[in-house]
Design a binder for this molecule. Structure first.
Ligand code: E4P
Length: 217
């Protein structure tokens, strides 16, 4: 399973990129709004940092296929690595089909059932984004959805990739890797949490103390 970072914050993107662990970025309208910056400007800056797929979502207020298609074409022009993120609706599926036929990569988002994922894949989506954490929030096991989609795509021979989204903690990451996700898109805070273990911290402190006791600073 590969890692994308789920943010529009360029400082966090630079830190994760320097760690060498990410190969793509996902954003959404909430994450863009949080930065309070012009969409095209922030997306272009992200694309200059990470050499991999960058998901930029159509405007949250655009609900018709024609509007999503027009915006998707503009997003695709920002950089060759752009992926157009489209909400899982009837209009979104129509837009996905047209953009796919034009050779534009798509990420169908807000997936909460395997049936939605299957529809998106059949409409030609490059990626589907099932939201693990938001299902857990309502006491539905999000990881079960990832397993179901993975099994269905394998049985049907679909090459649409599964991006596990709404990842909230390191256990989510290992759960979705075991469930067959191709990619997990992870906020920087969770990537940092994943690096840590109390025994690692304790071990470093002991190595330092033992070394200093004999050799000094
Ligand atoms: C997916 O691409 C979304 O940007 C994101 O993962 C949603 O996460 P949240 O449920 O923590 O907002």
């Amino acid at each position: 399973m590969k890692f994308f970072i789920d943010t529009a914050n360029v400082e966090d993107i630079k830190k994760a990129n320097d760690m060498g662990v990410i190969c793509g970025v996902t954003t959404n309208p909430s994450l863009i709004a949080k930065e309070g910056r012009n969409f095209e400007e922030v997306i272009a800056e992200i694309a200059s940092i990470v050499d991999g797929p960058i998901s930029g979502e159509v405007k949250a207020t655009t609900v018709d296929a024609e509007g999503m298609i027009a915006e998707g074409r503009e997003i695709a022009k920002i950089h060759p690595n752009m992926v157009v993120k489209i909400p899982m609706t009837v209009e979104g599926l129509k837009a996905c089909k047209v953009l796919t036929e034009e050779g534009i990569k798509t990420n169908v988002t807000l997936i909460f059932t395997a049936a939605q994922a299957l529809l998106a894949a059949r409409a030609g989506a490059t990626y589907v984004s099932p939201f693990l954490g938001r299902l857990d929030d309502i006491s539905v096991r999000g990881v079960d959805l990832i397993s179901e989609i993975s099994e269905i795509f394998n049985v049907a021979g679909l090459d649409t990739e599964i991006i596990c989204a709404s990842v909230r903690n390191p256990i989510h990451v290992t759960d979705c890797a075991l469930a067959g996700a191709d990619i997990a898109t992870v906020p920087y805070g969770v990537i940092e949490q994943m690096t840590k273990h109390p025994l690692t911290t304790e071990g470093i402190a002991k190595f330092q103390a033992d070394y200093k006791a004999v050799f000094g600073e």
